[in-house]
Design a protein around this ligand. Structure first.
Ligand SMILES: [Zn+2]
Length: 249
């Protein structure tokens, strides 16, 4: 079964489940199990077309840091998996329910610094733990449309495409700010320098001048990077988190 069809089927089943429950008391249309499946379908599709490093020193480093970030990000218990994409791209991204990717290019731009990579992984883990993608998918599709489809509406192909596209789309500005903040906390709890995010954002600010197209995927930079840096500093001050890149101020 194609990924798009499988995802559509899961979403339709979720809609039917909601109908049978009489719409009462359920926070989300898509349950956690389905959210994880949607992310894994999208991950399988992505991995067919990109080179994932399995045993490189970089991959082992990311797996180790990722383990510690995943522990800090509990609860909720998502099956996190942290992978390196062997491409020269300055980016990282998360899929619903756990798969997280960082590009080799970004690791190099960050000088292979573990603290900075920990913050990037913490930022991405926040998109998962705070369900940023799945909430967007839900609200974009809407229960009404799903119910119409379940009752025999005609545009199922279009909707399946929308679900896949939404799983890979940019997050909102608020989602990015939240991921920046919580990423600092996850990094701190995992034993890394909680201020390293500032170094990452400063690097992004420099890179953005050179090649903005790189940064337009999921590490979306539409909140200005200076604004993001200032917001992170306020958060660090508020929580008394200091380190190599920020001593208060
Ligand atoms: Zn993000």
């Amino acid at each position: 079964m194609g990924a798009a069809r499988a995802i559509l089927l899961m979403v339709l089943l979720a809609a039917l489940g909601l109908l049978m429950m009489g719409c009462g008391g359920q926070t989300y249309l898509i349950g956690k199990g389905q959210e994880v499946e949607i992310g894994q379908e999208a991950a399988a599709e992505y991995e067919q077309e990109h080179r994932i490093e399995r045993n490189s020193p970089r991959a082992r480093m990311v797996a180790n840091i990722g383990d510690r970030i995943a522990t800090a990000a509990q609860p909720p218990n998502y099956p996190y998996e942290f992978s390196v994409v062997g491409e020269d791209v300055n980016n990282a991204f998360a899929l619903p329910g756990g798969p997280i990717y960082i590009y080799a290019g970004l690791m190099e731009s960050l000088g292979g610094d573990e603290d900075q990579i920990a913050w990037v992984l913490g930022h991405e883990a926040t998109h998962v733990s705070h369900q940023h993608a799945i909430k967007r998918i839900e609200s974009a599709i809407g229960a009404q449309l799903l119910i119409e489809l379940a009752l025999g509406g005609g545009t199922s192909q279009d909707i399946a495409g929308v679900v896949t596209a939404l799983a890979l789309q940019n997050y909102s500005r608020d989602n990015e700010y939240e991921a920046d903040r919580v990423g600092c906390m996850y990094a701190a709890q995992a034993g890394y320098d909680p201020t390293a995010g500032l170094a990452v954002l400063a690097t992004f600010r420099e890179l953005q001048g050179k090649d903005p197209s790189d940064l337009e995927i999921l590490f979306y930079s539409h909140p200005g990077n200076t604004d993001r840096e200032n917001a992170v500093k306020r958060y660090l001050d508020k929580n008394g988190l200091y380190g190599r890149y920020y001593q208060g101020g």
